[in-house]
Every structure is written in structure tokens, then in C-alpha cells.
Write a protein that binds this ligand. Sequence first.
Ligand SMILES: [Zn+2]
Length: 119
Amino acid sequence: MTRLFSGTPWDRPPTCERCGELVAACHCPPPPPPRPSGDPSRQTVRIRREKRQKGKLVTVVSGLSASQTDLPELLAKLKSSLGTGGTLDEDTLVIQGELVERVSAALSKLGYKVKPQGG
Ligand SMILES: [Zn+2]
């Protein structure tokens, strides 16, 4: 009696884990990137004050790495700890109000290195 082997896994072409199709034929979207969990202490952020439309002052946080930082989460943390609004502008956090010192303190507390301004 002959047994039919479909081959060991090593003999099979790779298949997609999600749809089971051959990888070459798979149309699944690429998997989402893992949530960034970089070490904040390896990032140096810059915080500056900016004047926006109608003379509104905002505090701009730049120098963050979007690949190492969950920026929306960081923004949410800052907004709740500062009790103010803010938006994400690409890799830059824009916090409403002139809060350079408080933002610096909040980010330092989270472990970020804050580059001093001025000079
Ligand atoms: Zn697939």
C-alpha cells in the first residue's frame, strides 16, 4: 500500500498565514507595524514656542522619532497631564498655549531627553 505524502513543510512553497494562499498569490494587506516602544531616553526632543494665526501661542515639540514613539499616545498623555489641547503635525506635537516649561517637565518625567532652548 502506498501512502501519498504531500511533502514535508520544507518542500512546500511558503503560504500566507492569514489567507492560506501562496505568498506569491496573496493579496493580504501588509501587517501593521508593531507598536513602537522605543526607549524615550534615546530620543532628544526640542521644545519651542511658536506664534500661530491670530497671535495664538503654541508649544511645539520636535525631534521625536515616529518609528520609536507612539506619537498619538504621547500627545494624549501630554494633553491630559497639561489639561490643554494639542494636535499631531506629522512627527511634531503642537500643544496649545505657551507651556514650554511644563511640556519640558512632563517629557523629562516620561524619560525623554529635552534639549534646552535658547543660547
Ligand atoms: Zn494572504
